[in-house]
Design a protein around this ligand. Structure first.
Ligand SMILES: [Zn+2]
Length: 136
């Protein structure tokens, strides 16, 4: 009856987060396209889910990619698929800016539900948001 040493609880294995990298959006041309690789979601082929999102026009797409993919690989694969019309994408406008504050909130590990936005009825973005605080 050996005394069992209490095993140290392994620290929560945190998958190293790939920092979102910013690329040029094929839709609006802004350098606001981020790629996030979610290694927690896998399909039966062992591929992981990549999320492509543009902070400017709201383009949003999901792709299954091999785990070894880097954001830049995802981006080029996405570009090909986008240009060939082989990828489903939608436009979301949940947050106008994907910025450092989002990076911080990712720590919380919240997962978005699968909201399939169907029908491309994304409202046109209004550019006329001028401030009306002229003081005479
Ligand atoms: Zn865009």
């Amino acid at each position: 009856m050996g005394r069992r040493r209490k095993r140290r609880k392994p620290q929560l294995l945190r998958a190293p987060r790939t920092l979102p990298t910013v690329f040029e959006c094929p839709h609006c041309g802004a350098k606001a396209l981020t790629v996030e690789i979610n290694k927690k979601e896998r399909n039966e082929k062992g591929e992981v889910k990549a999320i492509i999102r543009c902070g400017r026009c709201g383009l949003y797409a999901e792709m299954w990619v091999p785990e070894i993919f880097h954001p830049v690989d995802v981006y080029s694969k996405f570009l090909d698929a986008y240009l060939e019309g082989k990828i489903e994408y939608s436009f979301t406008k949940e947050e106008a800016s994907i910025s450092l504050s989002e990076l911080a909130s990712q720590e919380a590990g919240e997962e978005e539900g699968e909201e399939a936005v169907e029908g491309g009825e994304a409202g046109e973005s209004r550019e006329g948001a001028e401030k009306e605080d002229r003081v005479w």
